[in-house]
Design a protein around this ligand. Structure first.
Ligand code: GDP
Ligand code: IMO
Ligand code: MG
Length: 420
């Protein structure tokens, strides 16, 4: 397998965790390059459901090395909790995990600032994990990193100044200040537990590449949550698109062999912001069937029809070579099925989404209607075993998206995958 970047081609939760799990069989190393514990990647492994937040999904498979790259923002306390939880479930986490010393830290004041901003009008609907404020500190060049945490004296000194500064902001916002001592103590304790995993991951990855090892880059969030290319300001604070895999790991672009885009057979989004094909009735259908609840926050996901304007644009930005379509079974009893092929905005037909979120919110989808198949697809092991209308549907949405169809997922487990 060539070094592969896997990204979400929609608004996150496309089923990346499940596809990563399928692709991990042929990779040596699985790397996270951006985001933090705002991500929730579901993998069903030997009948047990795991939701991974910071640790790459490859951790469930023996013999695979998992790397948390420099572009990720890490809350050390929750990372230790995630490691402990996985160990309790019998997953080995020893020399198979590496954490970049350059990764920035998420601190309690980031979480509190995130929470405070979410109380205001015009909120983004964040996961309240402190992701935005942590990346803001990184961009302002005032962040604390894993390497600081590995030097307790340096960490405590920097933390003291940051707590002082952030307490003033928190108090001005009407929130309770935080205690330097408590944070210092809990973070240093977490730091000691993480010490064995902390390394120069850039050098590690380059040495591994020189030995012919193959890397799978596990994207978090999705294309339209990208800080540059998403529906700004209703986005996350990192580059969720393919380029982020290189900057977030130090692996150069020419070492990447292919880009796999994961997309649902319909569209979902969590949080605020435009979703042109949103359909409340479709959402109700999915929610009544127990589908589409957030893996990180448990929130109901907003649901809509497949949006080919969005996925075509995602193909462009990410250079998607191959498509993995997930949750095809979600449409098993939906008939007819609508597909958005273009938008109307101010009496003009658009084939690409406008940059401005307010304009996108005003876009009217232009739909094509196709026949449903009205029977379960979950047991199909081969493309030929899918109902004719389901085959026609996946071919149609792949063609509209403009990339080669390589995988179809018809259920949450590894076995429920059709590889083309
Ligand atoms: P991620 O963030 O992209 O990894 O996706 P999430 O794990 O947040 O959400 C995807 C949800 O869909 C999870 O509950 C998965 O177990 C589930 N899932 C993934 N692929 C399929 C599929 O093809 N069919 C069904 N029924 N569920 C799927
Ligand atoms: P995975 O990796 C879906 C959304 C939040 C919010 C916006 C900003 O599981 O696909 P943040 O906490 O990042 O500042 O929130 O981004 N969001 C996600 N939506 N899946 C995710 O991750 C997400 N991570 C963040 O709902 O709208
Ligand atoms: Mg998710």
């Amino acid at each position: 397998m060539a070094n592969t970047i896997l990204i979400g081609a929609q608004w996150g939760d496309e089923g990346k965790g499940k596809i990563i799990d399928v692709l991990t069989a042929r990779a040596d190393i699985v790397v996270r390059s951006q985001g933090g514990n705002n991500a929730g990647h579901t993998v069903i492994h030997r009948g047990v459901k795991y939701i991974l937040h910071l640790i790459p999904s490859g951790i469930l498979r023996r013999g695979k090395i998992c790397v948390i790259g420099n572009g990720v923002v890490i809350d050390p306390v929750t990372l230790v909790a995630e490691i402990d939880r996985l160990r309790e479930l019998g997953i080995t986490i020893e020399r198979n995990l590496l954490i970049s010393d350059c990764a920035h830290l998420v601190l309690p004041y980031h979480r509190l600032l995130d929470e405070q901003r979410e109380l205001r009008r015009g909120k983004i609907g964040t996961t309240k994990r402190g992701i935005g404020p942590a990346y803001a500190d990184k961009a302002a060049r005032t962040g604390l990193r894993m390497s600081d945490l590995m030097q307790p004296m340096v960490f405590s000194k920097k933390l003291q100044a940051k707590v002082l500064e952030n307490n003033r902001i928190l108090q001005a916002l009407g929130a309770r200040p935080i205690s330097f001592r408590d944070v210092n103590e809990s973070y240093l304790a977490a730091g000691e537990k993480l010490r064995p995993f902390v390394a120069n991951t850039v050098v590690y990855l380059h040495r591994a590449l020189a030995r012919g090892k193959e890397i799978l880059f596990e994207g978090a969030q999705g294309t339209f949550l990208d800080i540059d290319h998403g529906t700004y300001p209703y986005v996350t604070s990192s580059n969720t698109t393919a380029g982020g895999a290189c900057t977030g790991t130090g692996v150069p672009p020419h070492r990447v062999g292919r880009v796999v885009g994961v997309m649902k057979a319909y569209t979902t989004r969590v949080g605020e912001g435009p979703l042109p094909t949103e359909d409340r009735q479709l959402a109700e259908t999915f929610h009544n069937r127990g589908r589409e609840f957030g893996a990180t926050t448990g929130r109901k996901r907003r649901c809509g029809w497949f949006d080919a304007v969005a996925t075509r644009y995602a193909t462009m930005i990410n250079g998607i070579d191959e498509l993995a379509i997930t949750n095809l079974d979600g449409l098993d009893h939906v008939d007819p099925i609508r597909v958005c092929v273009a938008y109307w905005l101010n009496e003009k037909r658009l084939d690409v989404p406008p940059c401005d979120a307010a304009q996108l919110a005003n876009c009217e989808p232009i739909y094509e209607e196709v026949r449903g198949w009205n029977r379960p697809t979950g047991s199909a092991k081969k493309f030929s075993q899918l109902p004719p209308a389901a085959k026609a549907y996946v071919k149609y949405i792949s063609k509209l998206t403009g990339a080669k169809l390589s995988m179809i997922s018809v259920g949450p487990t590894r076995g429920e995958t059709i590889i083309l």
